[in-house]
Design a protein around this ligand. Structure first.
Ligand code: SAH
Length: 372
């Protein structure tokens, strides 16, 4: 039997598209060194980058200001895309969701949200999730692997390509599948590409990383790059309840998480967001709202209350309108800066991890599902 050919390097791996020439023989090939080896001027690498990040090219073929032969040589040596679109759904409110199939046949999800002039994307950082939050679809089967930096960038570009030519992505939230702080090594180079003026050009303050609250990784992030917005998922105002909803809390504890969050704030100077998924008759009572207000009092923070989006097969439910209103009212009266995150794309299962589970057995196909 013949060995399968090794896969061509992924052009969207940040190390490949950085225009700085590689140092010495052992450094990985970059597009710039490849250009030199193929007798092409260095600026061609910049042109390719511009086609990918600004002009939303789908292939080398699209890069019409490059000589045809160079395009063919590029196509022979590099892969732009490593993932295929297994499913593409569009909701009535304009939310679009992609189910992407990786080269090793795993599936991940990412979403494009339209809100006024905002074009926000929600991207995944891992296949599955190890955190085990009891109400969340992403972690039901544990974590399979980290996404590579290239796969994270690829989600951004697949979603950008859903927009008309003149529209650009404006915000990124890392709130899809996975725990981003458990994959910082691959996430940060990908976000650098999002923030780079020669990448997507989205400023750091418009990029939010959402974490279950892993203090050592929060400290690491504040040391490496505190320009990003940090969102911390609380979901309970005390350890007893949080241990039940977010099992990793048992070895961490709210106090340690809040200290790490305060420290991030000190370094970044950016107001933190706390997320609180409101689960009917579980964490939505009057006493929970009061306790939460006590916890957040004195902190410059925004509390994002997210009404639970039910996951088929799980016993948790959305809060009643009455309990949601009461919950918000108590927090507002206590002076907490609170907002409700509007649900978008419900009918396309836009809550993280849901689409992947619904499609585990179906074969890949591009489906345009327009509802409403
Ligand atoms: N691991 C990160 C990112 C997870 S997704 C974190 O824990 O923050 C972003 C947010 O969506 C988290 O707060 C998560 O708890 C919440 N979430 C997960 N499933 C949900 C559902 N079915 N309905 C509403 N919010 C959900």
């Amino acid at each position: 039997m013949t060995e399968p050919l090794p896969l061509a390097p992924h052009l969207l791996e940040p190390a490949a598209t950085f225009s700085a020439p590689a140092d010495g023989d052992t450094a990985p090939a970059t597009l710039a060194t490849w250009m030199a080896a193929h007798g092409a001027p260095a600026y061609r690498a910049g042109q390719v980058r511009k086609w990918l990040f600004e002009r939303k090219a789908g292939s080398f073929e699209d890069m019409t200001d490059l000589p045809k032969q160079l395009r063919q040589e590029l196509a022979a040596d590099w892969r732009v895309w490593t993932m295929t679109i297994a499913k593409h759904s569009t909701a009535a409110d304009g939310t679009e969701k992609l189910l992407l199939q990786t080269a090793d046949n795993e599936r991940i999800e990412c979403v494009l949200l339209r809100d006024g002039t905002r074009r926000t994307i929600c991207i995944s950082s891992q296949v599955g999730c190890a955190m085990g939050c009891v109400f969340c679809a992403s972690g039901l089967d544990g974590v399979i692997r980290n996404l590579t930096s290239g796969e994270i960038v690829e989600q951004m570009l697949h979603l950008a390509r859903l927009l008309p030519t003149e529209e650009r992505l404006s915000h990124i939230v890392v709130m899809g599948m996975g725990e981003p702080l458990a994959n910082l090594n691959n996430l940060l180079p990908a976000l650098d590409e999002a923030a780079s003026p020669t990448g997507l050009g989205i400023s750091h303050r418009r990029i939010t990383i959402s974490t279950v609250g892993l203090p050592p990784a929060m400290e690491r992030l504040s040391a490496l790059d505190a320009r990003y917005q940090l969102a911390v998922s609380l979901h309970a105002p005390n350890d007893e309840l949080r241990n039940k909803l977010v099992p990793v809390n048992k070895s961490i504890g709210l106090r340690t998480i809040l200290n790490a969050a305060d420290q991030y704030f000190q370094v970044s100077g950016r107001r933190l967001t706390y997320e609180y998924v409101l689960l009917g008759e579980l964490n939505d009572r009057t006493e929970h709202a009061r306790e939460l207000a006590d916890l957040l009092r004195g902190r410059l923070a925004l509390l994002n209350v997210i009404p639970y989006n039910p996951v088929p097969g799980l016993p948790y439910k959305s809060p009643s309108r009455k309990s949601q209103e009461r919950f918000l009212q108590i927090l507002e009266q206590a002076g907490v800066n609170v907002q409700v995150r509007e649900r978008k794309g419900d009918e396309i299962n836009a809550a993280c991890g849901q689409l992947r589970r619904l499609n585990v057995d179906s074969s890949p196909a591009v489906v345009q599902l327009t509802t409403g």
